[in-house]
Design a binder for this molecule. Structure first.
Ligand code: CP
Ligand code: NVA
Length: 321
């Protein structure tokens, strides 16, 4: 059977081609407008591992799985104690015997890759320190809704060259966005990430990495930001407040952008740090629509990922007999 998505797993947004991303966004938009996606997860159990806290990722995935007829089983860091009680690979080998797929929010991308290697069903990233691909699907859907297009949209990413920024960078070169990253010196995306983005870029439109918000914001469609202190970096919070202070998304910074600019944030927000409450709650903010889009984008992703994946056909006992 031909499948809409060529791969089984989503560990990086770069696992998807531009056509595949557009296919997910098309289906997500149709689902949001009321199209019934049926029950492609009927009879399937999906394990969700959360080594780190979550609101949006967990709830949107659980609801998406339920709406598609499947059953989510969430496992949290303190019970699974990945790497301490069991290795990522041993956890995965067990989940593979019970579940039809795994969604995992982990610290380490290496652990996510180890899980994908041990699980026969689909494995989807719920974020690691390296990337946040499902966030990008919702973000691109939101750009499409608010700007009217993905390719050619002008997005300024203001803040840390972190996991979300990395996925933005890959998405931008894959989809032909014009992405301007503005980070304080020393907080730009890692050299290996920039190299990979350069390789993915081909002949498409590009990205820039700089320090001057005025140049980046002059003609943008979207200003995007994320926390200055990501999960796991709490010990650096004070230093980061000092290093990033001049890049707060506030009214003065937005005055550098066209009046119709839209503001996005993956959330959770640290109000008063990377963004002010008045901008987050103000008329240019689309952050709560963006958060809602996690649900539609992941429903579409799950429907497409499991298209053509046969239901578990046999237990080990049946195979042995
Ligand atoms: N944006 C996002 O992933 O939110 P959570 O950390 O609440 O899942
Ligand atoms: N960069 C943030 C994103 C949270 C969704 C973090 O890793 O904590």
């Amino acid at each position: 059977m031909s499948r809409a998505l060529s791969g089984r797993d989503l560990l990086s947004i770069a696992d998807l081609s531009r056509d595949e991303i557009n296919t997910v966004l098309d289906l997500a938009g149709r689902a949001k407008r009321g199209e019934d996606l049926g029950a492609p997860l009927h009879g399937r159990n999906l394990a969700l591992i959360f080594q780190r806290p979550s609101n949006r990722t967990r709830v949107s995935f659980e609801v998406a799985i339920n709406r598609l007829g499947g059953h989510p089983i969430a496992l949290f860091g303190d019970e699974i104690r990945l790497g301490e009680r069991e290795t990522a690979s041993d956890i995965a080998r067990i989940l593979d015997r019970y579940a039809d797929g795994v969604i995992a929010r982990l610290t380490s991308q290496r652990d996510l890759v180890a899980i994908a290697a041990a699980v026969r069903g689909p494995v989807i990233s719920g974020m690691t320190d390296a990337e946040h691909p499902c966030q990008l699907l919702a973000d691109l859907m939101t750009v499409r809704e608010t700007v009217g297009k993905v390719a050619g949209a002008r997005v300024a990413y203001i803040g840390d060259g972190n996991n979300v920024c990395t996925s933005w960078l890959y998405a931008a070169v894959i989809c032909g966005l014009d992405l301007r990253i503005v980070a304080p010196p020393g907080y730009e995306p890692a050299a290996a990430v920039l190299d990979k983005a350069g390789r993915l870029r081909g002949n498409g439109t590009g990205f820039s990495v700089g320090h001057d918000p005025a140049a980046a914001l002059r003609d943008v469609d979207v200003v995007y930001t994320d926390v200055w202190t990501s999960m796991g970096q709490e010990a650096e919070q004070q230093r980061r407040r000092e290093d990033f202070g001049h890049l707060q998304v506030n009214e003065a910074l937005l005055a550098l952008a066209p009046p119709q600019v839209r503001v996005m944030h993956c959330l959770p927000a640290h109000r008063g740090e990377e963004i002010t409450g008045s901008v987050l709650d103000g008329p240019r903010s689309v952050v709560f629509d963006q958060a809602e889009n996690r649900l539609w984008a992941q429903m579409a992703l799950l429907a497409l990922v499991f298209e053509g994946v046969p239901e578990r056909s046999a237990t080990t006992a049946e195979v042995a007999s």
